[in-house]
Design a protein around this ligand. Structure first.
Ligand SMILES: Nc1nc2c(c(=O)[nH]1)N[C@H]1C(S)=C(S)[C@@H](COP(=O)(O)OP(=O)(O)OC[C@H]3O[C@@H](n4cnc5c(N)ncnc54)[C@H](O)[C@@H]3O)O[C@H]1N2
Ligand code: MOO
Length: 415
């Protein structure tokens, strides 16, 4: 494992508003894998893990030629019809191959998934033929090889079937199993510490005064991190006191590969996350030209990277997805990604100022993109309502119903 440099988040002097693309490029170029490899992890524990090395097929798929349908096998093609062939005795079934050779000009009963007997390469479907008195009758022509699956047509021995840095999902598990691979080397799960801050913030379950609010960010970020396939380390909640913030960050630095904090990062008198990171770490307060999520603190604290998310839940969510998800993928051994967006017609109107990107809570209905009624960064109802984000770039834009906009479903962030 290679440690990150302490100055990895530094911004060049004089930079004030960092455009989103530049902020992303800075993260991409400065972060790398920080987790160790875990050897020979079995298929049953692979879902969501990240491959540490390329995987090569020890066996072909399919291992032998077999029939794709129920029907009759013979040597193709059939170019002239009507065509009649005598049937040989016996059959080839899945799990019970025919041992003999089928003479040229003869056919044999075959079932889906059964090995193609020697002397055959083509199969006619039951529906496309008749059997009368031990003779197969075909009324349509067939190309040679029709309805059969060739040995190795999907995977050949020694093919690279999956590459390092791939996140394993159920579909990749199926590929591994198909060629008999029982275990592979993956990275240890990225341990992500989650810390909420703020005197006004109280964990759900505690007694709250009128001036206090429940902690919406900690449970949201925990669910996000675990859904992305990482290990959540609960660093709890601390009040706006420098000593408490420092102690929590110290715990995080010992137990985690990355710490996500929320709140306390703008320039206010009580923004103790910023202050603590400034006093005891290497912090760079990024002012990103994005709404919501302008303030984003990136720091190294005792060798551990810290992403200081804004306190407003919508801003915390947007920053965690737009900046946090690709950054976590890279730290975890995966690949940096640019979330796939889809250009679709808007069903809303908006005048956007130039100079900053905007991310709106959105969803698609009947092929059109709708956005949440309020852009307020504290409106958690819009989070629950949304199924993705609309990203409007820095240029000024006048959006009217029918204008093309870029919708990024939450699935594109790995959810
Ligand atoms: N003078 C300026 N003030 C502010 C600016 C600015 O540029 N100049 N930016 C505003 C923006 S935008 C945001 S976002 C916030 C970010 O500030 P912090 O990250 O320091 O966040 P806090 O001030 O601690 O909290 C902001 C807001 O979010 C609520 N919050 C905090 N944590 C939670 C939580 N775990 N669950 C639910 N809600 C939470 C908190 O009560 C505040 O209402 O700064 C603006 N100010
Ligand atoms: O951008 Mo703040 O991050 O609007 O809520």
């Amino acid at each position: 494992m290679k440690a990150l440099r302490n100055d990895c988040f530094a911004l060049p002097p004089g930079v004030n508003w960092t455009p989103v693309d530049e902020a992303l490029e800075r993260l991409r170029s400065r972060l790398h894998t920080v987790v160790d490899v875990e050897r020979a992890v079995p298929l049953s524990r692979l879902n969501g893990r990240i491959l540490a090395s390329d995987v090569v097929a020890p066996r072909a798929h399919p291992p032998s030629s077999n029939s794709a349908v129920d029907g009759y096998a013979f040597a193709g093609p059939v170019t002239e019809v009507p065509c009649t062939m005598p049937l040989v005795d016996g059959r080839s079934a899945a799990g019970a191959p025919y041992a003999g050779r089928v003479p040229h000009g003869h056919a044999i009963r075959i079932l889906t998934g059964a090995m193609m007997p020697a002397g055959t390469d083509t199969v006619v479907l039951d529906e496309d033929c008749d059997v009368i008195d031990g003779q197969l009758h075909l009324n349509g022509t067939l190309k040679g090889g029709a309805n059969s699956r060739k040995a190795g047509e999907d995977i050949r021995v020694k093919d690279t079937i999956l590459t390092a840095a791939t996140r394993i999902t159920p579909t990749q598990i199926s590929v591994l199993a198909s060629v008999g691979i029982a275990s592979v080397d993956v990275y240890q799960p990225l341990r992500v510490g989650i810390l909420s801050t703020g005197d006004e913030v109280k964990p759900v379950g505690s007694t709250v005064a009128d001036w206090q609010i429940y902690d919406a960010n900690h449970p949201m970020l925990s669910a996000l991190v675990s859904q992305l396939g990482y290990q959540v380390v609960d660093l709890g909640h601390v009040p706006d006191r420098a000593d408490d913030v420092k102690a929590a960050l110290e715990r995080g630095a010992q137990q985690c590969d990355l710490i996500l904090t929320s709140g306390g990062i703008s320039a206010g008198d009580e923004d103790h996350v910023s202050k603590t990171l400034k006093a005891h770490g290497d912090i760079s307060n990024w002012r990103i030209a994005i709404k919501p999520g302008r303030p984003l603190a990136l720091a190294m604290f005792q060798g551990t990277p810290v992403v200081g998310l804004p306190g407003n839940p919508v801003a915390a969510w947007v920053c965690a997805l737009r900046f946090g998800a690709p950054a976590m993928a890279l730290l975890a051994g995966g690949e940096w990604f640019e979330p796939q967006g889809y250009v679709l017609p808007a069903n809303f109107s908006k005048h956007k100022k130039p100079g900053r990107s905007e991310m709106l809570r959105a969803r698609v209905r009947e092929g059109q993109v709708e956005v949440f009624g309020s852009e307020g960064s504290g409106r958690v109802t819009g989070l629950a309502w949304s199924e993705g984000l609309v990203e409007l770039d820095e240029s000024a834009q006048k959006i009217e119903p029918g204008s093309p906009v870029r919708f990024i479903p939450y699935g594109s962030f790995g959810l």
